[in-house]
Ligand binder design. Structure first.
Ligand SMILES: [Fe+2]
Length: 448
């Protein structure tokens, strides 16, 4: 890439990293009983340094694990079995590396797992085995996933205030509990970024990881603008197929994986260098050219309803041409704390063969923003109430079904379907490069 374009890309990155959504306060759906329970559990949550996360693998037969242990506790052990009593358990190699929290980050990757089978796993802390926990490799021919974003633990007030953290944690716990109850057979959970208010806070990460069901489902974490600047994200994820970015950030890189007919491209949208994002997309579609569905997941919303139709947005100018170019079917985002789902869009116009953009609301209730009255063209549905939501997405043959629920009543608020379509011809590299340059120039002009 030419030097001038690199400079423009860097300027855009800086701008977006400093950007924040306009917020309209918090609103929680939890009951007093739930609040009391989270408060009673708080010391236990904060004293558990070894809470574990599961990550998706490159394909359904793979799963990654990540957890922390003491710097001088040696290399922990990890084993898994097809039965709860850990009979015939298989031991796995654990890799360790130091962290900036003066603990060590431990990782395991399992492969060769069978679809439709439940496995149990356990690992050691100072030589003591943890209680076995289970996960199920869901059959990939027809499956469901859970989509959330922006739990952002610590956002609803002063992030040093324990009551603030407990409120946000309780809201997030309720969302995960409701989602996992309705979609108990989900293949994995997506959290599209901003897991915590402060990306460096181990305390907030422990709170984010506290929902018990997160021990049982792979979690697709995405790098948000509150996450990019510290490697916490890398300590709590074990992602496959990472594609190194030129504008590398401490939280790591975008990656891709496939599940059934769907190719997922999980982007670090803090990197507004379109050449980096193009390389990730290219690597993904080259590795899995036959995938029926292309799903992009990124933190920054591209067609949020709190952006007027005529306003210029960084994310829209950079990412929309990319998604047009690669015939992405569905884009999952967050950041704006406002739920809206668009009609199919191509080249800035409604087009039945275009891309559907789904923007999640807050998953905890820690903060919300409002829709603009002048945002009317793209959104098929906008949730105008401040209530945390979760979305279930089902893949079945030639159809993707999207159902979104509010977490105060657990009622369905939005439902949509996407049908497989004829892909448009992919843009040639020159056309895409020119579109990227035009987008950059328009964005720079819009800044003055
Ligand atoms: Fe954000």
């Amino acid at each position: 890439m030419k030097k001038s374009v690199k400079v423009i890309a860097a300027a855009l990155c800086l701008s977006i990293l400093l950007s924040v959504a306009a917020f309209a306060g918090s609103s929680f759906a939890f009951t007093q009983e739930e609040r009391d329970k989270t408060a009673a559990d708080w010391d236990k949550i904060q004293s558990d340094d070894t809470v574990i996360t599961l990550s998706v693998g490159a394909e359904p037969g793979e799963i990654g694990f990540s957890w922390l242990s003491g710097l001088f506790d040696g290399v922990p052990e990890f084993r898994y079995s097809e039965s709860e009593d850990m009979k015939n358990a298989e031991k796995c190699e654990v890799t360790v590396r130091p962290t900036l929290w003066l603990k060590q980050s431990d990782k395991v990757t399992l492969s060769g797992l069978e679809e439709g089978r439940t496995y149990w796993y356990s690992y050691t802390e100072k030589g003591v085995w943890s209680e076995p926990q289970s996960f199920t490799v869901q059959p990939s021919d027809k499956y469901k996933i859970i989509f959330t974003s922006d739990a952002q633990i610590g956002r609803s007030g002063n992030f040093r205030d324990e009551d603030v953290l407990i409120n946000d944690t309780c809201g997030w716990q309720r969302t995960v509990r409701l989602a996992a109850a309705r979609y108990s057979d989900a293949a994995f959970i997506i959290s599209a970024g901003d897991q915590t208010e402060k990306g460096y806070s181990l305390k907030q990460y422990k709170a984010f990881l506290s929902p018990e069901k997160l021990r049982n489902y792979p979690l697709v974490n995405v790098i948000g603008n509150h996450d990019f600047y510290f490697p916490s994200y890398t300590y709590y994820s074990n992602n496959p197929n990472q594609v190194k970015e030129h504008l590398a950030m401490p939280a790591g890189y975008g990656f891709y994986f496939v599940y059934g007919d769907a190719l997922y491209i999980v982007m670090n949208s803090n990197d507004f260098n379109a050449a980096d994002q193009d390389r990730l997309m290219r690597a993904a579609v080259t590795a899995y050219p036959e995938a029926k569905w292309r799903i992009a997941v990124l933190h920054h919303s591209v067609y949020s309803a709190n952006i007027s139709d005529d306003d210029f947005s960084f994310s829209r100018s950079v990412f929309a041409p990319l998604f047009d170019s690669y015939n992405v079917d569905l884009v999952l985002s967050g950041h704006e704390h406002l739920y809206n789902c668009t009609y199919p869009i191509y080249n800035g116009e409604l087009d039945e063969n275009g891309t559907v953009y789904l923007q999640a609301s807050s998953a905890s209730g820690s903060n919300f923003s409002s829709a603009k009255d002048s945002a009317v063209k793209y959104s098929r549905f906008i949730l105008k109430e401040n209530v945390a939501t979760y979305t279930g997405i089902e893949f079945d043959g030639d159809e993707i079904t999207i159902n979104t629920y509010r977490t105060d009543t657990d009622e369905l608020i939005d439902s949509a379907s996407i049908h497989s379509r004829e892909r448009k011809a992919e843009s040639n590299p020159l056309k895409f490069f020119l579109s990227m340059v035009v987008s950059y120039i328009k964005t720079i002009i819009s800044m003055f």
